[in-house]
Design a protein around this ligand. Structure first.
Ligand code: MN
Ligand code: MN
Length: 469
């Protein structure tokens, strides 16, 4: 028979009990976590993939990184792909042929993109038509202030960027929603998936006419005239533009204790930011440290700026050249297969009001540190990256040796949820890879919620991963 005291001892020795990061962090670490969150909130001002790429490159150039496409040398390099994706590296002591340590995040987020012929008027109001990008719950985008972040290429090749709706003196834009008094038949009685139509996500942009009522389409004309006077832009320029509507406003602290961050685009700029911070703090690592910032993850990583492009191969072969040896196809392949990687992406945190969509024993929780997600996919792990036990063992050792609070997670109950990340695309090179990042509440909403303790532990985890032998 085992006594109560012996059972208690035994439990301590062999039972796993996840730790709340706040319980583990001392005063100094807690202060550091709050300081890191301040820098993170500023980073979140970058709301598009282009802006995030610029913020990342500006930060590393300041820190002495050289453009891998130039002749300059220096042991720290960056490379930009079509202004929408970026790669960074700090050269390691070991040769590149022994593999790199890679942390790969994505810098695109769900949003509303303008269509190519967006402008029209209806009942004396001017609107822009959109096509949503990534997985959104459409009703969350109605009746809220939206900002416009755009890139326009004019017919003479001149390009310009603009942001409207982020400064206090700017106007904002919005999508009107139906009043409850009239919503019964057309919204309330329908299934949620049918009540809100993508084609009705039209952005209100004006209501002043140009000239008198003899002039045709004078509300639309007024908007065109404004764009022409302000930017020299004509209607055809919309066809060669990328204009994104995102929630307006800055990242905010949440709660009386300010322990949480609320903001748009934390999936996946929370990992982009922590990967960037971790790499900036990496000096003379054993293996070459690489941070990747991809575009188009939210629409399946397709396209020439996404994880399915061959950007990583291109970057690593640049690094070989910088190290003084051109890599043959065979050497490059071997260097990639020898690499170890983290797919730095978020997981959905256990939702207090919808706990039954999670298996509570396996769901990630806010505040429980960085989350390792062994597998993704859905319905019997279909379409998953499913990480190897050997590799999970390596990460576990690195995290435990560096006092990192970590947990495991999955994306919902079996046969309920699911999803994918870039992990499986990098896995196709044969490298070891697993998803690892913080859990986020209200994921993919215009106001996602993260814990400052988790942001800090994610930063610490990526830093330890880069530094590990
Ligand atoms: Mn993501
Ligand atoms: Mn996502």
């Amino acid at each position: 028979m085992i006594t109560e005291k012996q059972a208690k001892e035994l439990r301590k020795q062999i039972e796993r009990k996840p730790s709340l990061a706040w319980d583990v962090m001392d005063k100094q670490e807690t202060d550091e976590a709050f300081k890191l969150a301040e820098r993170y909130k500023t980073f979140l001002d970058a709301k598009t993939e282009r802006e995030a790429m610029s913020a990342i490159v500006n930060a590393v150039v300041k820190s002495g990184f050289k453009n891998a496409d130039d002749r300059s040398e220096g042991g720290k390099y960056y490379k930009v792909l079509r202004n929408k994706a970026a790669a960074l590296a700090v050269m390691g002591k070991k040769p590149l042929s022994e593999g790199s340590r890679i942390v790969a995040a994505h810098i695109d987020s769900p949003r509303l993109d303008l269509k190519q012929n967006p402008l029209y008027e209806e009942v004396e109001l001017a609107f822009l038509k959109t096509h949503y990008y990534g997985g959104i719950r459409k009703y969350q985008w109605l009746a809220r202030p939206l900002a416009m972040h755009g890139k326009v290429v004019k017919s003479d090749g001149i390009e310009f960027n603009f942001i409207i709706g982020e400064s206090d003196s700017d106007p904002v834009f919005t999508i009107a929603d139906l009043l409850p008094h009239l919503a019964g038949k057309v919204q309330s009685d329908k299934k949620l998936s049918e009540a809100f139509e993508g084609e009705k996500l039209n952005i209100l942009v004006g209501s002043l006419p140009l000239g008198n009522n003899k002039i045709k389409d004078r509300f639309k004309l007024h908007v065109l005239n404004y764009l022409y006077e302000k930017y020299g832009m004509i209607e055809e320029d919309f066809t060669t533009a990328e204009i994104e509507l995102v929630p307006a406003g800055k990242a905010r602290d949440i709660g009386f204790d300010k322990s949480l961050v609320g903001a748009y685009g934390q999936d996946d700029r929370i990992c982009a930011f922590t990967a960037l911070e971790a790499l900036l703090g990496t000096k003379k690592p054993e293996f070459t440290s690489v941070a990747l910032f991809y575009d188009k993850e939210e629409i399946g990583s397709e396209g020439n700026t996404a994880a399915q492009s061959r950007f990583l191969e291109e970057f690593v072969s640049d690094l070989f050249a910088k190290a003084g040896s051109e890599a043959s196809e065979r050497i490059l392949r071997k260097a990639l297969i020898a690499s170890t990687a983290i797919s730095a992406d978020v997981n959905g945190a256990l939702d207090p009001d919808f706990q039954d969509v999670h298996d509570k024993r396996n769901a990630a929780r806010l505040g429980y540190g960085v989350c390792i997600t062994k597998f993704t996919g859905s319905g019997g792990k279909g379409g998953a990256n499913d990480a190897n036990a050997e590799y999970l063992g390596l990460l576990r050792r690195i995290f435990n040796e560096n006092s990192i609070v970590w947990q495991t997670g999955e994306l919902g109950k079996v046969d309920i949820g699911g999803g994918g990340t870039i992990a499986k695309y990098l896995a196709s090179y044969g490298m070891e890879i697993v998803d690892c990042g913080p859990a986020v509440l209200s994921m993919h909403s215009p106001f996602e919620i993260s814990s400052k303790a988790d942001i800090y532990m994610t930063f610490k985890a990526y830093k330890a991963f880069f530094a590990a032998k």
